[in-house]
Design a protein around this ligand. Structure first.
Ligand SMILES: [Zn+2]
Length: 293
């Protein structure tokens, strides 16, 4: 599965050979351009439920190492989420499954997947939910047209161009205490872009109702994060630098992007500063805590 590695930026060009959906319609991410937008006054604010997790709840954090497991279909830093978390305000109830991140590299620090009018942000978080009104679990829902709903959060990094974490082992898992997942989202959940798209990694099923929040969040810190990102399998002798795990923008084709807000309200942006106190260390447990607490 090495061809899947984001370290090989050419990898995504061969996805469609192995996963036909990757070369098909309704693919994500997209560049959210003004000409695609249509204001929809019926769009309700996203309501997140039970996102404030107790420290007593253990979350599993791991680097999926591009295992191809449908449950861990995207992202290298992934946190499994408890099923009591869900979003309402959509046509169905969507139960949370996991969240993960996409980021850039030291050579090219911009690594968000969605762009807004050509602007790529430092990183992007995806909170993945499945349609639990219709499907019993993530793996059943993942290839259904109404199966998934993903919240996309654009992330800006202040004081540094690097958004980096170090994972030593691709399939290592670690438990981290629960925390308030809501704090990872922008303050305003009523301003967003909505469109029909896909998983951004193979098998690229066009099963995602995307919500990309208008307002980004800002991560800042004293000695911000780390300098390298690694993925390696236990049997590998040396870690492989993992850079730029984002997919390039896909064609919008005939799609429109619904917007819940009217243009002209720019300037009300309400950034959330996430202060990351901890210095980056090479140990995964330390990194997990530094990233999350
Ligand atoms: Zn993702």
């Amino acid at each position: 599965s090495h061809w899947l590695s984001p370290a090989n930026n050419k990898g995504e060009h061969s996805w469609a050979k192995h996963y036909p959906y990757c070369g098909g319609a309704f693919q994500s991410p997209i560049n959210i351009k003004p000409e695609l937008l249509r204001f929809d006054p019926t769009l309700r604010p996203v309501e997140v439920q039970n996102y404030n997790l107790s420290p007593n709840e253990q979350l599993t954090l791991g680097n999926n190492g591009h295992s191809g497991d449908l449950l861990t279909y995207a992202g290298d830093l992934q946190i499994s989420l408890p099923s009591k978390m869900y979003i309402s305000g959509l046509p169905h109830r969507y139960t949370a499954a996991q969240l993960h991140f996409h980021w850039g590299s030291s050579g090219r620090p911009a690594g968000s997947e969605h762009m807004v009018n050509g602007r790529q942000y430092a990183a992007e978080m995806h909170v993945v939910h499945y349609n639990s009104d219709k499907y019993p679990n993530m793996s059943t829902a993942v290839d259904k047209s109404d199966g998934l709903a993903v919240l996309g959060v654009l992330i800006e990094v202040r004081l540094t161009n690097l958004f980096c974490l170090i994972f030593k082992l691709a399939d290592q898992r670690v438990q981290v205490p629960g925390f308030n997942i809501r704090a990872l989202l922008p303050a305003r959940l009523d301003e967003y872009y909505r469109y029909d798209g896909s998983l951004t990694t193979p098998p690229c099923y066009p099963s995602v109702l995307w919500t990309v929040f208008r307002n980004h969040v800002t991560i800042s810190g004293k000695q911000v994060l780390a300098t390298a990102l690694y993925s390696s399998h236990a049997q590998d002798s040396a870690p492989v630098p993992l850079n730029g795990n984002y997919r390039k923008p896909q064609l919008a084709d005939s799609r429109v992007v619904l917007v819940s807000f009217k243009e002209g309200k720019y300037g009300l942006q309400n950034e959330l500063a996430l202060l990351l106190e901890h210095e980056c260390k090479s140990h995964m447990n330390d990194m997990a805590m530094a990233a999350l607490l």
